[in-house]
Each structure stands twice: as C-alpha cells, then as structure tokens.
Write a protein that binds this ligand. Structure first.
Ligand SMILES: *Cc1c(COP(=O)(O)O)cnc(C)c1O
Length: 372
C-alpha cells in the first residue's frame, strides 16, 4: 500500500543535499557562528525579497513577537486582541511582555473576524495581532481601519505567511513590524529554530537589533537596555539564504498542489476547502497548510490513515480558549471557532509530495465519500 506521510524531512533534505553540504561546510570552515556575514547577507536578501527597509534575524518566531511587542511599547496593563485559532506562541508573546491576550472569533477563512474583534475593544486595548494563518493574509483593510479608529498598534503574526499578500502587499508589512518563523516545517524552514522581524521603521529596527543581542548597541557594544539572547544562528542564516533563492518555486509548487486538491475535491459537499489560488484577486496565498473542514472528520481521517495517508489536526484540535489552565477567561463569543474546531484538519501540503501522492490522497477521499 502507498504511504503518504504528513511531512517528510529526510526527502526534503535529500532534494537539496548536494548543494547544501558545501554551504554548511563553508560556514564551518570559516568558524563563522554568531552574527557573521551570512546572517547579514540573508537579512539583505530577505529585505529585497519583501521590499522592506529592515529584516532582522532572530532566534525564533516567538521571540520575534515578544521583541516586536516591546518595540511597540506594549506591556503591563495593556490588552492585545488576537484570534483564538492560532498557535499558543502568539498569546504567550503577549503574556510575556506583561500584557493580556484577549481572544476574538474567526471567520470562514479561519482568520480573525474583525467584527468580533471590535466588540471586545475597551480602554485597555492597545494592540491587535492578526495571525496570517495557513499562508493567507487577513483582510488588512478592515484591520487597519479598526486600528486607526481605536488607535491600536498592529503586530502581525505572519509566521505562516512569508510571501503571502493582501492587495499586492506582503504579510508582515502592515503594522509596527511583521514576524516570521523558520521552524523546520514552515514554508521557509531551517534545521532547527529560527525567525525574523521585518519593518520599515528605523527606530523599531534599531530597537529589535538591541533586544536580540542582550540590549547591546551594535556599534558601541554598550549595554543600553535589558535584552535577550535571541539571535539567528549564522549557520542557519546561510542555509536560509540558500533556500530563499528557490523560495518562489516552492510557493508555486504549493499553489499547484492546492489547485489539484481544489479540482479533485471541490465538488464534495461535505468538505470545505481553503480558497483556491487566484480565486480572489485580493489574496495571494502561499499554503503553509491546507486546512480543510469536514462534517465526518474523524471517520475520514481514520479511513485515510488506514490507507497510508497521514493527516494532522493543527495544535491537536484545540483553540486557545480551550487551554483551561491558561485562564483566558470569557471575552466575546467564540462560537464560530468552537464549531470550526470540530471540523478542521490538515491534508499533506509540502514540496516533498509528488503529483501521484496528491492523486492518491484525493482518490481515497472520493472513495470514502462514495461509501458514506
Ligand atoms: C510557528 C508559529 C509561531 C512561532 O514560531 P516559532 O519559530 O516556533 O517560535 C507563531 N505563530 C504561529 C501562527 C506559528 O505558526
């Protein structure tokens, strides 16, 4: 029986192996580990790729969020609104700067619902954190309008959306700063943890450069504020720099996989698929994940599993307000998110998949529904 794992790190590595080994060897031979030229080259190439003034490599996507929140002046006593369907890291970053994460409901696109967000704004609300989940950028016109109306800082969690756009504008460029994660399964992944902050604001960029390196001024070396050890490793920067060169090809491949899914599964009544590539000219999606909804999710997943197709439910199927121990408390209604999380799961979506793999997955799903 054919096996389609959800993710296949060894295959992904072997695709690049012959070219990557010399890159790694070169860095090791130079003994260039922390804040060396490969990091600055990668930062420059990321700036060019996104058309932004500053890209700053940091340790991971979570620290990127923490430092951006600090640079935005958000801290103790403040509230920041974010969607309930996201990774815990989004809320943890808000918590760790001393502010309170307040949860909003999600829309049918699985992203923050602006109307739900507006209902929970109060005089303590200082920021809003749209999460550009699954590689799709939220309607940022609505978010920016809300931010203007209530004088909120926008801190974008664009960890899943490198290269994704809303109305031709890249995710990560709408607010104070945007954040990325280079966790291995992300669209641009390294061989461990990594992240970046992007911004067009010189002051924010300078602040992040201080914070990532123990609060040290990069020119004088003087310690000017309490910082962190949160640098992107030079070896990882070299690997990412190599991968960035073919990043557009990786995105195209993901988009063509999404189109294959759409063409084969779009007619099935019980399935809700993500919007197809180019189905809406305002959105350019990069398909970090292919998150679908099914009314018979658990049976469908079991059937796929028995047929060698591995699927997962993002974050174990829990949205943030369901982590009772963290005491988010009740804010607004999260009923859409509640309903959605009984139905959603992820089909395989990555560049190790062949067209045969996709055909096989789709054929099994179609067979499942014929028998149900
Ligand atoms: C991956 C991810 C993060 C955190 O990134 P790390 O690099 O793992 O710290 C934050 N938010 C979202 C939505 C993510 O998917």
């Amino acid at each position: 029986m054919k096996q389609v794992p959800f993710f296949n790190y060894p295959v992904l590595f072997s695709q690049d192996e012959t070219e990557l080994i010399p890159v790694i060897h070169d860095v090791l031979q130079r003994g260039a580990y922390i804040m060396q030229k490969d990091l600055f080259e990668f930062e420059e190439n990321l700036e060019k790729y996104l058309g932004v003034k500053h890209a700053i490599g940091v340790a991971d996507g979570t620290m990127a969020l923490i430092m951006v929140l600090r640079a935005a002046g958000i801290g103790s006593g403040d509230e920041v609104i974010l969607p309930s369907h996201t990774f815990i890291a989004s809320a943890a970053a808000i918590h760790h700067v001393g502010a309170k994460p307040v949860l909003a409901d999600c829309g049918s696109d699985h992203l923050i619902d602006t109307k739900s967000a507006e209902k929970i704004i109060n005089k303590k609300t200082r920021g809003i954190m749209p999460v550009q989940l699954n590689g799709r950028t939220a309607n940022m016109e609505h978010i920016c309008e809300l931010a203007r109306k209530y004088e909120l800082k926008i801190v974008e969690d664009s960890a899943q959306a490198l290269g994704s756009k809303f109305k031709q504008q890249f995710a990560g460029t709408f607010g104070v700063a945007g954040t990325f994660s280079f966790y291995p399964s992300k669209t641009l992944g390294c061989f461990g943890d990594g992240g970046a902050v992007i911004t067009n604001d010189d002051d924010v960029a300078n602040h992040i450069r201080l914070l990532r390196d123990h609060g040290r001024d990069p020119d004088s070396g003087d310690v000017v504020e309490w910082g962190y050890n949160s640098r992107l490793d030079n070896l990882h920067a070299a690997i990412l720099n190599f991968k960035l060169k073919s990043y557009d090809d990786a995105i195209s491949r993901r988009r063509s996989i999404a189109l294959m899914y759409e063409e084969r599964l779009g007619q099935l009544d019980d399935l809700d698929l993500p919007p197809a590539p180019d189905s809406n000219p305002d959105h350019f999606d990069i398909y970090q994940n292919y998150e679908i909804e099914s009314g018979s999710r658990d049976d469908l997943r079991k059937y796929l599993d028995e047929n060698g197709v591995k699927t997962i439910i993002q974050w174990g199927g829990k949205t943030l307000h369901q982590y009772r121990d963290l005491r988010f408390g009740t804010t607004g209604s999260l009923s859409a998110t509640e309903e959605m999380c009984k139905r959603f799961f992820l089909l395989p979506m990555n560049t190790s998949l062949t067209n045969d793999d996709i055909e096989y997955i789709c054929q099994k799903i179609i067979t499942f529904y014929k028998n149900h």
